[in-house]
Ligand binder design. Structure first.
Ligand code: HEM
Length: 753
């Protein structure tokens, strides 16, 4: 066997074993593990490790001090055809301990047994104290050059391409928690610039709960599960969270973002990202501006419905990471534009009366436009989750020349916290030498030794100045792109534990957010508050939070109070007179449908040619078709991805009905509780449930031929966003147009204005 092409070799073996690889498998739906289909028989002919899947990437093979090695990325992985010890000695057997006779005892001298078990015993490292659950991807950032006037950062010069690694995350849940919980999402980007790594460690919400980092342990203790029973996992619907945010009312702004649809994103690909803090940019001339970073998703901001999030939490807790990886594998590369809001760097550090150092405040886009400065494309999934996504270490202090921090007290505390926690999480001070963290710029620091030192430092004088190493390393200046600590003045002031008085306004921007929402978004917010507070045990906490809602808006407060069965209090502060910011609403635009999922219900006795045509058309439109049939395997020449028993509406952005399949043999309630109405209808009850759920979740539904019967039986024919077409192509076109608005919003007229 030609071991230089192992994937081909395995594919050939499959062909020999099964006679053919079904041509129908191409184009392939994403998600299959491994880079080649496995054989039924155990492979025994030695060959090199299979290559990664085509869409997988790995950190560049840089040295620990940033030099290119020229080795392929796979050089970081396992090598050769044979099983070895960690020292490279080839092994004959890894299934039997070395024993004194077949009946033992096991011998202590079995170095392979001890090495294998010892390493296994130490496979786990502490999860992140926050943002433990995440998913990462590699990509490239291309600068437009539009920021050249305000920053000297080289990676923002026109046309410059920079490799990046992005990690998305939830905040509260443990590593194994569900993706679709209501929570803030992390959006952390590592730019491997040639002037040093830049980490933009942001969230999908532009504000934060607290104004001072000293409260960070407190808000996280309140949001994490209760310390006695360790429940609930990965959610804010519990007493300690609401106790905190109703006592620290500065948290109300971030809280309303969490209660809005932003708290349950449809996909990482449909989230905005925000640097939150105000940064200080400095250009070649030494001039400074203040700036906020924004990521704008190409696909628009799109969220799950609450019920979808609940169902997904059970049936696919990995929904967001699967969506990210499937989209990349399908070639629908997630894209964002990076933008900046720019403000004059005045001594007051305010803009339009808004304190730019207060991380609980936004500057509405209508007041300061977000100017696009570059484009991010994620085009590679990680080869190894642990090595890349788990070991990546972000830090706000990773800044290139041209970008500097401000005195935002939340930002200042973060500058300390990240490295400090990583010392424990990654087991010592040398984690910047782990492949995913290695800079793509030459490193010549004077840091030495420590656990897991990968560099082999030469010389005898890691101090400055020195003469023994010829003076190396030398300080750099402007010409050598040295980092710029902007010499900002520090006010003469007493040493105090206090905030500026401008930080005392806790409600005006919460009201601004509420008034900027469309009616359907307001409905969702009311429902979220009612659910979360309804899950609290203590009435005092509900009453206290209702007081905050009264200070935001009387309608919001009354509606939530009604749901809780409590009286709505009067406001204790004057309601702010604010101008809504339409940019905050995620309803009303039209966006591309790249990488979205279309379920196609197949009736084996129906129009299978039509199904094949539509399936190919969905691929060509840059989306992913999933065929849903009565049974697995193949229907004629068509590969089935979901059955009526395994599929669920929440996996699909839209559904097409190519027929009206009669109840399948397994549509028996005893075997499948989705089949509860078995026998009651001419159509399989699981198909009816699928259609009803899609309808309830305001998704586009299309049918042609006998598919119209399903719409009739489900009672949705002729309602908004439900299309009966004369062919599959026509149904797909109509459904794709509906998907542009993300959902069929008019299906549920809102009761609040
Ligand atoms: C604007 C406010 C904040 C934002 C946007 C933010 C964002 C993030 C993100 C995205 C991560 C995950 C990074 C990853 O994917 O590995 C993270 C982790 C973390 N954050 Fe924050 N955070 C904020 C405030 C804070 C504050 C105030 C502190 C502490 C004072 C803090 C401490 C941490 C720690 C300890 C981690 C875990 C880091 C690790 O283990 O590598 N964060 N944060």
């Amino acid at each position: 066997m030609d071991s230089s092409k192992p994937a081909e070799a395995v594919k050939n073996a499959v062909k020999t074993a099964s006679g053919k690889i079904a041509d129908a498998l191409t184009p392939e739906v994403p998600g299959a593990p491994g880079s080649a289909p496995p054989t039924v028989e155990e492979p025994t002919t030695p060959h090199d490790p299979l290559p990664p899947k085509p869409e997988q990437g790995a950190p560049q093979t840089r040295t620990p001090t940033g030099a290119e090695t020229g080795a392929p990325a796979t050089a970081n992985g396992q090598q050769g055809a044979y099983l070895t010890t960690a020292q490279g000695a080839r092994l004959r057997d890894t299934d039997h301990s070395l024993k004194a006779g077949p009946r033992g005892p096991v011998l202590l001298q079995d170095h392979h047994l001890r090495e294998k078990i010892t390493h296994f015993d130490h496979e786990r490292i502490p999860e992140r104290v926050v943002h433990a659950r995440g998913a990462g991807a590699h990509g490239v950032f291309t600068a437009y050059g539009t920021a050249e006037a305000v920053t000297r950062a080289g990676f923002l010069m026109k046309g410059r391409e920079t490799e990046v690694f992005v990690r998305f995350s939830t905040v509260l849940g443990s590593r194994g928690s569900a993706d679709t919980v209501r929570d803030t999402r992390g959006f952390a980007t590592k730019f491997y610039t040639d002037e040093g790594t830049f980490d933009l460690v942001g969230n999908n919400m532009p504000v934060f709960f607290i104004q001072d980092a000293i409260k960070f342990p407190d808000i996280i203790h309140a949001g994490k599960p209760h310390p006695d029973r360790e429940i609930p996992q990965a959610q804010s619907a519990h007493d300690t969270f609401w106790d905190f945010v109703s006592l620290h009312t500065e948290a109300q702004h971030h809280t309303i973002w969490n209660m809005s649809d932003r708290g349950i994103p449809r996909s990482y690909r449909t989230m905005e990202g925000f640097g939150v803090h105000t940064f200080r940019l400095v250009n070649e001339a030494g001039e400074t501006v203040l700036a906020k970073f924004h990521w704008k998703p190409k696909l628009g901001v799109h969220s799950l419905t609450w019920e979808e999030a609940q169902l997904l939490g059970g049936m696919d807790p990995d929904f967001h990471r699967r969506d990210l990886y499937d989209a990349i594998e399908a070639g629908a590369y997630p894209e964002w534009e990076l933008g900046i809001q720019v403000f004059p760097d005045t001594p007051e550090e305010t803009f339009a009366g808004i304190d730019l150092l207060d991380p609980t405040k936004i500057v509405p886009e209508e007041l300061a436009e977000v100017q696009p400065i570059g484009r991010l494309v994620l085009n590679r999934t990680p080869t190894n989750f642990f090595a890349e996504t788990e070991q990546v270490a972000f830090h706000l202090g990773h800044l290139p020349p041209g970008i500097d921090v401000t005195n935002d007290p939340l930002l200042q505390g973060r500058l300390f916290s990240y490295v400090d926690t990583q010392l424990t999480r990654l087991g010592g001070p040398n984690f910047s030498q782990i492949p995913i963290n290695r800079p793509h710029a030459a490193v010549n620091d004077m840091l030495r030794d420590g656990f897991h030192q990968h560099a082999v430092h030469a010389g005898v004088a890691p101090y400055r100045p020195n003469s023994l190493d010829g003076g190396n390393p030398f300080p750099a200046g402007d010409a050598e792109h040295a980092f710029v600590d902007v010499p900002v003045g520090v006010a003469q002031a007493p040493k105090v534990r206090a905030n500026p008085t401008s930080f005392d306004d806790h409600y005006s921007q919460v009201r601004l957010f509420w008034l900027s929402m469309s009616p359907v978004e307001k409905e969702h917010i009311i429902r979220a508050y009612t659910f979360e507070l309804g899950k609290c045990y203590h009435q005092a906490i509900k009453e206290r939070q209702l007081q905050s809602l009264a200070n935001i808006d009387p309608v919001l407060c009354e509606q939530v109070a009604t749901g809780l069965g409590l009286p709505a209090p009067q406001p204790t502060v004057p309601l702010a007179d604010v101008t809504p910011s339409p940019a905050l609403s995620q309803v009303g635009g039209e966006w591309p449908s790249d990488g979205r999922t279309v379920g196609i219900v197949v009736d084996p006795d129906g129009d299978l040619d039509g199904v094949d045509e539509v399936r190919r058309a969905v691929f060509e439109a840059g989306m992913v078709p999933l065929l849903i049939a009565p049974h697995g395997g193949m229907v004629a020449d068509l590969p089935v991805q979901r059955t009526f028993a395994t599929g669920r509406s929440v996996e699909f952005d839209a559904v097409l009905l190519a027929g009206a399949p009669a109840p399948a043999p397994d549509a028996v309630p005893a075997r499948d509780d989705k089949a509860g109405r078995a026998g009651a209808a001419a159509v399989d009850p699981r198909v009816l449930l699928l259609v009803e759920e899609c309808w309830r979740h305001a998704k586009a539904i299309g049918a042609w031929g006998a598919g119209g019967t399903v719409l009739e039986q489900a009672g949705v024919a002729g309602t908004p966003g439900v299309v009966t077409a004369s062919s599959g192509a026509e149904a797909l076109t109509a459904v794709q147009q509906l998907m542009a608005a993300h959902r069929v919003w008019e299906r549920f007229p809102a009761s609040v204005a």
